[in-house]
Design a protein around this ligand. Sequence first.
Ligand SMILES: [Zn+2]
Length: 439
Amino acid sequence: MSVRNPPIHLSRVAAAVLAAGALSACWGEVPDAGRLEVVSVPPAERVEIFSLGRGETFGELLYPTLTPNDQAALLLAFQEHASPRRMRQGTEVTIRYLKDHEEVRGIDVAISPDETVRLDRDALLGWRSELINTPVYVDTLFAAGEIETVLWNAVVDNPLLDGLPFEDRNRLIDHLDRVFQWQVDFSRQIRVGDTYRFAFEREVRPDGSMRAGRLLAAEFVNSGTPYHAVYFDPNGDGRGSYFDLEGRSVRRAFLLKPLAYRRISSRYSPGRRHPILNTIRAHRGVDYAADAGTEIMATSDGVVIHRGPKGSFGNTVEIRHPNGFVTRYAHLRAFRTGVNLGTRVKQSDVIGYVGMTGLASGPHLHYEMMRGGSHMDPLSVDLPAGDPVPSDDMQRWRAEMTGRVALLETIPRPGPVRTLLVGTEPDRAPAQPAGGSQE
Ligand SMILES: [Zn+2]
């Protein structure tokens, strides 16, 4: 038998009664309905809110409240929308009673930040369920900042973003990094005094967290050179892309890196001392230190030609791309479900997760790029550009681009640009995830 968690809080359902005089059927004079006394009505419903305890099941939580038969019927109705066995610790369960009644009237289960299963007891039909989507509103976030150490700090510490949950700030940084990855390497090229401005459209839940979002327009000034990325969706299917102010794509055929915003721990080199084997060996790829479990993305569209263990590489995925390119991703902890031999993948699709299988002293991704069987340095390949704005869409592009850049212009530029005193060093970047760097 389970110990029931104490209610988090009791909430009251506000209720009000509207009273109106009955319309009289007689013609001529409008009857005086008189003035009614203000009526105060107590809440019609009483609720108790519980959160699922560690290791506790939905059934255990309901045990003191429902009879076994009642519970079985309720779980059956619940299963139309969610699995009672997959409920996470902390899931909020609201039990609703009619005021002054002991019998449960309904139960709401918040199965995710975006969905609630509402269960209602029907006198004739028993328990019935429906899925309720959490309503969201859409707004646009504006921010500008100056970089003193790393982009991460500049965005996370930006006072303009006060009130934005930490995870959402992290997601903003990922968006900026993905959009500007081909113009600016945020892990290497950042200078003190670099600035950014962006307009970001997001869907917000009632609790203030973000469900989805996209950059509408962004500007990044790196060492005095401004870079722009403006969103444009030629087909109106939600699969738009980013272009500079002249309508040139900011994309390239390959992502510069298969992980979002990570530190490079070992570069491509024709010969180096191997940290485990202690011999001079070529390093024909780039290592990215990252926490185990970090998502790995396919750097370009292609077909999976290897998925499985591969000697000292451990769990490895290889993808064949157009024009004779092949990319290799090694030391994976796990493969993404659905990624198999022959699977077609799109650029940025997640294919697996960082690990340390094979010959590795810590979690990291070893990434290689080959063409026609010979290795190349992924960081210095001249990658072909994505398509520009189609000429048929130029007029619409110019109108939308002008509007979006005007959004940016409403944000005051941060500054004045700070100048470093001679002899002082900027703060070092914060600690990065640990990771090994071999193979
Ligand atoms: Zn490596």
